[in-house]
Design a protein around this ligand. Structure first.
Ligand code: LMR
Length: 396
């Protein structure tokens, strides 16, 4: 049977990591996948995580199964990060959260639950969006439509086009929204624009599905949740898939969550039972370690403060790299205006480089970025900056 199976194309993001590892050249740079690197070019375990793990090692007594929805203290902590302390949605018990394996696992559980149990069969995603979104939603049998989001000429968002496209969506359609640090463009909605989108969803009975993977990488933990909170204040039902891969540096622990917000406690309890059934049919129940780390940190005032400082440090280092990137391109003789890069948020910069230029960067210079022109600024350091900028200057 396997002889009939066709070879799958390499994954646009993780496939690059494979190619990078196989590349024998010294001085190669991987700015493909979104992984934070410190000034030394390493992805260390956060001190807050190390301390939480030490506590767990001393206190954990069993490796027995978790419930289908995972660690309850973790799920409660997720809700307080998403909605903030004392949000009405939480007070009214209209939100229920299930721990899930990373952002991808959370999106997949949400999508499969929606496709099987609700009238929502179509999902609108931004053009462009994260390369894995279509793969996830198609695997869950959702139909994909695109709304315009980005204007290449201005290197900015095209909000009017977004509103125009979503105005033709049907009641019950899902709208995938990036909570902050839009991947791949790094361009986010303003507070006023979030209000407009929230009202549009309300009026047209669209159901927002948030992909929230970069909380704390834009302006701050609470600041980055503003869009989500505006929407949660406005629409009766929404779904949030969040991830702690980046903001806790827990990439390989695969730790995220899916949160349902219903129009009443009764309806959300019913809907959540189907989320649990979806999980049971996929991986039964989640692994514990990542959730215990996050709940230990968020449940301890000192560890939480340490984590917030570490997250701030990551955010500020990336912001510095953006400025340095723009300056170094200039000093390498690039006359094209790249100042838009310092206005973008989060780990990524949407460079505007063409597919051919991207290929040349890899083949001739050993600099790896995603085919769409997305560059992981989080992988830049003072040391690799000249190599990167020289290579870009030569392909432009
Ligand atoms: C990325 O966009 O690079 C990350 O979210 C990692 C991934 O799984 O693609």
């Amino acid at each position: 049977i396997f002889t009939q199976v066709e070879l799958a194309p390499a994954d646009p993001i993780l496939g690059l990591t494979d190619a990078f590892k196989a590349d024998k050249r010294t001085g190669k740079v991987n700015l493909g996948v979104g992984i934070y690197k410190n000034e030394a070019g390493l992805t260390p375990i956060l001190a807050s995580v190390k301390q939480a793990e030490a506590k767990l090692l001393a206190s954990e007594e069993s490796k027995s199964y978790l419930g289908i929805e995972g660690v309850q203290a973790y799920n409660d902590a997720v809700q307080s990060l998403l909605f903030g302390a004392g949000h009405q949605v939480v007070k009214d018990k209209r939100a229920l959260t299930a721990q899930a394996p990373g952002g991808t696992g959370s999106l997949r559980v949400a999508a499969e639950f929606l496709a099987r149990n609700t009238k929502s069969k179509t999902i609108w995603v931004s053009n462009p969006t994260w390369a894995n979104h279509k793969n996830i939603f198609q695997s869950a049998s959702l139909e994909i439509k695109e709304y315009r989001y980005y204007k290449a000429e201005t290197h900015d968002k095209d909000f009017d086009a977004m509103v125009e496209d979503l105005s033709s969506a049907q009641a019950g359609d899902l709208v995938l929204l990036h909570g902050c640090c839009h991947n791949p463009t790094g361009i986010d909605l303003t507070q006023a624009q979030w209000k407009t989108i929230a009202q549009l969803c309300l009026k047209q009975e669209l159901v927002p599905l948030f992909d929230f993977a970069y909380q704390g990488f834009g302006d701050g933990v609470d600041e980055d949740a503003n869009g989500l909170r505006v929407v949660a204040d406005t629409v009766p039902e929404l779904i949030i898939a969040n991830s702690f891969s980046k903001n806790f540096g827990l990439y390989n622990e695969r730790i995220g969550a899916v949160t349902l917000v219903g129009d009443s406690q009764e309806s959300v309890v019913k809907a959540f039972s189907q989320v649990k059934s979806t999980i049971r049919g996929n991986y039964s129940n989640p692994p514990a370690h990542g959730a215990l780390i996050v709940s230990t940190i968020l449940g301890d005032a000192e560890l939480k403060a340490l984590w917030e400082r570490e997250l701030k440090e990551m955010r500020e280092r990336i912001a510095k790299m953006r400025t340095l990137f723009v300056e170094t391109l200039k000093s390498e003789g690039v006359t094209q205006d790249f100042s838009f890069i310092s206005r973008q948020n989060g780990m990524f910069s949407f460079s505007g480089l063409t597919k051919e230029q991207v290929a040349q960067l890899k083949d001739e210079h050993g600099v790896y970025i995603v085919g769409s022109g997305r560059i992981s600024v989080a992988g830049m350091t003072k040391e690799n900056m000249p190599v990167i900028c020289k290579a870009i200057a030569s392909v432009l």
